[in-house]
Design a protein around this ligand. Sequence first.
Ligand SMILES: [Zn+2]
Length: 247
Amino acid sequence: MRAEPAHQVRLLDLQEVDTELDRLNHRMRALPEHAQLQQLDARLTQLRDRLAVVETELRDLDREQRKAERDVEQVRMRAERDTQRLEAGHVSSPRELESLQSEIASLARRQSELEDIVLEVMERQENAEERRAALAREVAEAEAERETADNRRSEAVLQLRDELDSATRRRARIAEEIPDDLLDLYRRLREQNAGIGAAALRYGRCEGCKLELSTAELREMRTAPPDEVTRCENCRRILVRVADSGL
Ligand SMILES: [Zn+2]
C-alpha cells in the first residue's frame, strides 16, 4: 500500500486519540461507583425485606395484643358480675355461695395469667419496635450513601463524556485528512492487535510490540520508498518512519 509520508505520520496522531478514547471508555465502564451502587442496592433490598418482616411481626403482635386485652376484659367483667351477685346477698345456699367464691378466685387467677400475656406481648412489641427503628435508621443511612455515590457517579460520567466528546471531535478532524484505504487497513489492524494498528519506528524499535528491528529489517525500512506503507515484521502493525527512527 502507498500513502504520503505526512498521512502516515498523521495516522500516529489518530492512534493516539484512539488510545485516549479507549482509555476514556474503559474508565467509564470501570467507574468504582458502578460497583458501589450495585452493592448499596443489594444492601437496601435486603434491609427493606427485613424491615417488611418486622412490620408484619408488629401487625401480628398488635392483633395478639388486642385479643389478649379483650380476653382480660371478658374475665374482668365476669368476675365483676359475680362479685356484685355475692355482695347483693341474693345467694343464700352455702353450696352456691361456695361455688361463686371459687369461681371468683379462679377468674382472678385467669385474669392474672391473661394480664401476664398482655405484658409479654407488650415486651415483644417493644423489642420489635426497637428492631424496626434500627432497620429504618440503616435504610436511611444506606439511602443517603446511595445518593452520594449516585451524585459522584453522575459527576464522573459528565466529566468523562466531556472528554470523550472532545476526543471524538479531534479524531474526526484527523481522520478526515487520512485516505480511506489507509484508514481501513489501520482499523483492521487495530481490531486484531489490542487497539494498536499503527506505531512509530523510534530508535530502531517498533513502538507497537516494543521489539528492536534486526539490521536487515532496518535496512529494508531505510530503502523502502517514503510513500510505501511499511509494516512491522514481528507484530504486522503499520510501522511509521519518523524523524528519530534511527535509520
Ligand atoms: Zn511491532
